[in-house]
Unconditional design. Structure first.
Length: 184
């Protein structure tokens, strides 16, 4: 009796991968669009912060996030390989231009090569401060889990909102007004 033919392992692996991608795509499309999470318990941003909330400048200097206290702060985590990050960066820049006198913006490239991060910043026209979160300590300290993530902190350094996923200019304006009372 002839042996039945088998599918090659590559065909099985590829079809499994495509099925998983389709399932994930369906989940994203059907999921609720409100991805603003309840912030974690207040994260005190002090130089002694045990969570290590420091970022690295492109020159290699480390800066404590607590040094930015005193004004509301938006921290956006991005990577040069993250398509939604690239898409949202011009919207973040547009809102920054509208509210720069009322708050600060900081873009942190998550575990990205400095040259790739700088090229993306240049390509998207971002003018707000950008730096590196080389070891993911800042995104972890602020309650982020995926890219892109946008975190709002009040002037005292408390997390007031964590938004995971791409955000457009109108949604960002609404979030700033609701969480920080800042109108564009």
């Amino acid at each position: 009796m002839p042996e039945p033919s088998r599918l090659p392992l590559r065909v099985i692996a590829l079809s499994t991968t495509l099925a998983l991608a389709a399932a994930l795509g369906t989940y994203v499309v059907l999921s609720d669009d409100d991805t603003t999470a309840t912030p974690p318990a207040a994260v005190e941003l002090t130089p002694e912060d045990p969570q290590g909330a420091v970022f690295t400048t492109y020159d290699g200097d480390t800066v404590a996030l607590s040094e930015l206290r005193g004004t509301p702060l938006l921290v956006n985590f991005f990577a040069s390989t993250c398509v939604p990050c690239v898409i949202e960066m011009p919207a973040l820049e547009a809102v920054y231009q509208e509210v720069a006198s009322q708050m600060a913006f900081l873009g942190l490239a998550l575990q990205d090569r400095p040259e790739d991060a700088l090229a993306l910043v240049d390509r998207t026209g971002v003018t707000y401060r950008t730096a590196l979160d080389k070891d993911a300590s800042v995104i972890t300290a602020l309650g982020g889990t995926a890219l892109p993530t946008t975190v709002l902190l009040d002037a005292d350094g408390h997390v007031v909102a964590v938004h995971t996923g791409q955000i457009d200019a109108d949604a960002l304006r609404a979030l700033l007004a609701a969480k920080l009372g800042i109108e564009a």
